[in-house]
Design a protein around this ligand. Structure first.
Ligand code: WQD
Length: 323
């Protein structure tokens, strides 16, 4: 098959592009380069620079490259920014997806792998989140991902599109330093930034109802997220019309902020620094950990990389970017 990967020049996208290409799939990247970079692409992978809001450009890319499936990763993804700019987030994430689905139906492309997020669950009050846990997103960002899943479900039913919505949990790490996350919006890079400026890492609250009082999350290596896309793409290639999967992409193991910070201090050789506990960050759920059963059953996929590899590779990437 020939896959169009939107957002393929971004952090997660570039890892997915490699996994697909290494898996023998033909890949074309479609990216507006607003946060992505052409340097991330392996040699021989064509790049079409364009917006997901530009239906004519999407149709052109699909026709020019004989695309038969789409992996839609391009999106705005900062929770805090989505609260400040909800219209922008709905436009980019929901109207962008709608425009893509219109281009797909106009050109007869019938397979779609979609980047969704654990943000669709909001504040789940369960030990392990299954795909049937009620979705109550707490931010416009999470809402756009849930609405996107609904839109895809409706298009799958009406137009026979085969689709897989992958709900990523907390992604970290890199396959190589130059592919690392350039943003500083999540725990691991935020701790690196504080360490670099000589500050103690911040722990946002230690009075949660968790074993050590800090929030628990399911951290997953971006290499595992990428291999889940390859597995989903292959699954859709042979699936009957109208197949619509929704899958958690996590390890099924929880780690607390304190455990993560301790591990980061160990990996960076800064064990002498004591983390600084601040107040809670508004909107943070105490615990969000995936049940990874359905992805294993449906795709034969499960995560293989652990926390050490995630943090070590993220640190190599940080040092590569910041010198
Ligand atoms: C993890 C934990 C913080 C920084 C968000 C989105 C989710 C997904 C991933 C995109 C929390 C704590 C953080 C720091 C801390 N995004 N923390 N000190 O909030 O679980 O998930 O990013 O798809 O949808 O909601 O991730 O990395 O921001 O925070 O104590 O300096 O680390 O409070 O408990 P989060 P995060």
């Amino acid at each position: 098959m020939s896959w169009l990967v939107t957002g393929g020049a971004g952090y997660i996208g570039a890892h997915v592009v490699r996994a697909l290409a290494d898996g023998g799939e033909h890949v074309v990247v479609y990216d507006d380069l607003s946060t992505g970079s052409a340097d991330r692409l392996p040699e021989g992978v064509p790049l079409v620079v364009g917006s997901v809001l530009d239906g004519a450009a999407l149709e052109g890319a699909i026709r020019d490259h004989a695309v038969t499936g789409v992996v839609h990763i391009a999106a705005k993804k900062q929770v805090g920014e989505s609260v400040e700019r909800p219209l922008h987030y709905y436009r980019e994430n929901v109207t962008g997806l709608q425009t893509l689905l219109e281009a797909m139906t106009a050109t007869g492309v019938g397979r779609l792998v979609f980047s969704s997020s654990a943000a669709v669950y909001g504040m789940p009050d369960v030990d392990l989140v299954t795909e049937d846990t009620p979705c109550l997103p707490m931010s416009p960002y999470g809402e756009t991902k849930l609405v996107g899943e609904w839109l895809i479900g409706a298009a799958a039913r009406a137009h026979g599109i085969r689709a897989a919505c992958l709900r990523y949990f907390n992604v970290a790490g890199a396959a190589a330093p130059e592919l690392s996350d350039a943003g500083v919006f999540n725990l691991v890079p935020m701790v690196f930034e504080r360490l670099e400026s000589g500050d103690a890492p911040a722990v946002f609250g230690d009075d949660y109802a968790t074993p050590d009082g800090t929030c628990v999350r399911d951290y997953i290596h971006v290499l595992d997220v990428a291999s889940a896309h390859l597995a989903a793409a292959r699954r859709l290639a042979d699936a009957p019309e109208g197949t619509s999967l929704t899958l958690n992409i996590g390890r099924g193991e929880g780690s607390s902020v304190r455990e993560m910070v301790d591990l980061i201090l160990k990996v960076t050789g800064k064990q002498d620094i004591a983390p600084h506990v601040t107040g809670r960050r508004p909107g943070d759920p105490a615990r969000v950990v995936a049940s990874a059963d359905r992805a294993r059953e449906e795709l034969g996929w499960s995560a293989r990389h652990g926390l050490d590899a995630m943090i070590d590779s993220a640190w190599q990437g940080w040092r590569h970017r910041r010198g």
